[in-house]
Design a protein around this ligand. Structure first.
Ligand SMILES: Cc1cc2nc3c(=O)[nH]c(=O)nc-3n(C[C@H](O)[C@H](O)[C@H](O)COP(=O)(O)O)c2cc1C
Length: 363
């Protein structure tokens, strides 16, 4: 058991290092197939554009959401502190990484609670895996929320990663029921999030019926956990892990592209966080035009957060500038106005979204 706890914690550091140093992105989220129709007469003042956004009864200064990444090893505390300072300064929402390590080993709790210390006013989202929720129930969910005084709790779905991780949990039975039980008994809003494979309309319907407060689609086309675990398997050098290394490479192509997942989930309900391969303010604007409430980014914020507060601030400001220019050129003074902007959808993304596509198998 002590070994297992140590493994959970050291894995967190491996993930940060691998994501910062190795090519871990895979696929195409589909934003290249979406184009705004340029508005040559936008009739709005770029200086007066507001990025203010609403989600779960909370007002944010911007729709940029810092997706769940880290905590759980002493070496991750400063990165979480930096992300939290940015969330506080720019009025952003922020998720922490899976709190499992600190629930197994409470002396790691400060690597998460530092986020509340640095961001006393920010909307913070706790994080727990669906498997841990099933196995430990509402007690761990309550502890995770308390640890960071969270405004919401994200339950992550990561079964591709579990399938490839040497120490992964391969039994997904009972997770939907555990989610439904949590949603029925919990006072804190529950967000269900994928981690890079996307959520289909059918899964979204199950989650809304289970009582989810929001869905974070975590679509394919950005950070690939198959790729990350493939690198980890290679690094162990163990003979047995060689098979996992190639399994990870083979499954880096697996998932629902972000734009397709976004269209599917939004057809079933809201609120929705778009995430997975969002790499610019323009990608954010496209997601908001589809109807997303917030837009999550993980990897693009990790590299600057590992450098300095200034590097992270520069990145966030560049993203905001691009979002603002896109809003200007579509005549959108406020974030909700983007939903009225005209977009053209082409290529594979259009084919996959098209409900009448004969290649689409309906369920
Ligand atoms: C270093 C790193 C660690 C992550 N850890 C978690 C985690 O613990 N829990 C979780 O729900 N998602 C985790 N994620 C997934 C992100 O929240 C996000 O869903 C995914 O990376 C897709 O976004 P991106 O393409 O912008 O990176 C992690 C991502 C990164 C890059």
């Amino acid at each position: 058991m002590a070994d297992k706890k140590r493994l959970t914690s050291s894995r967190k550091l491996d993930h940060l290092r691998i994501c910062a140093e190795e090519p871990v992105e895979s696929g195409d989220p589909g934003f290249g197939d979406v184009r705004f129709v340029h508005n040559a007469l936008p009739e709005c003042d770029m200086g007066r554009i507001s990025l203010e956004s609403r989600f779960l009864h909370h007002t944010f200064s911007s729709p940029l959401f810092i997706s769940a990444m880290t905590g759980g090893h002493p070496g991750t505390k400063e990165v979480n502190a930096r992300l939290a300072r940015a969330a506080e300064m720019y009025g952003l929402g922020m998720g922490v990484g899976s709190q499992r390590a600190a629930l197994e080993k409470p002396d790691l709790a400060d690597t998460f609670s530092v986020v509340r210390d640095e961001a006393p006013h920010a909307f913070l989202v706790g994080n727990l895996g669906a498997v841990q929720l099933r196995d430990h129930g509402i007690e761990w969910a309550e502890k995770a929320v308390e640890m960071i005084e969270a405004d919401a709790l994200a339950i992550h779905l990561n079964f591709l990663q579990e399938a490839i991780q040497p120490e992964g949990d391969h039994n997904a039975k009972g997770c939907l029921e555990a989610i439904a039980r949590l949603c029925a008994d919990f006072r804190t809003p529950v967000i269900i999030k994928e981690t890079g494979c996307g959520i289909s309309a059918a899964t979204a319907r199950q989650l809304w019926s289970a009582g989810a407060s929001a869905i974070d689609i975590g679509g394919w086309g950005g950070t690939s956990w198959a790729a990350v675990e493939s690198v980890r398997a290679k690094e162990t050098g163990r003979e047995h892990d060689k098979g996992l290394q190639s399994l990870g490479q083979d499954f880096a192509c697996w998932g629902i592209p972000t734009v397709v997942s976004l269209a599917e989930v939004l057809a079933t309900g809201n609120p929705v966080i778009a995430s997975g391969g969002i790499r610019s303010g323009m990608d954010m604007a496209k997601s908001l035009a589809f109807g997303a409430d917030l837009c999550g980014m993980a990897l693009p914020l990790l590299q600057p957060a590992m450098k300095s507060d200034e590097a992270l601030a520069q990145k966030i400001e560049a993203i905001h500038r691009e979002l603002t220019v896109t809003m200007f050129l579509t005549g959108s003074e406020r974030v909700p106005d983007l939903r009225k902007a005209s977009v053209q959808i082409t290529g594979k993304t259009r084919q996959m979204i098209d409900k009448d596509n004969p290649a689409r198998i309906k369920r």
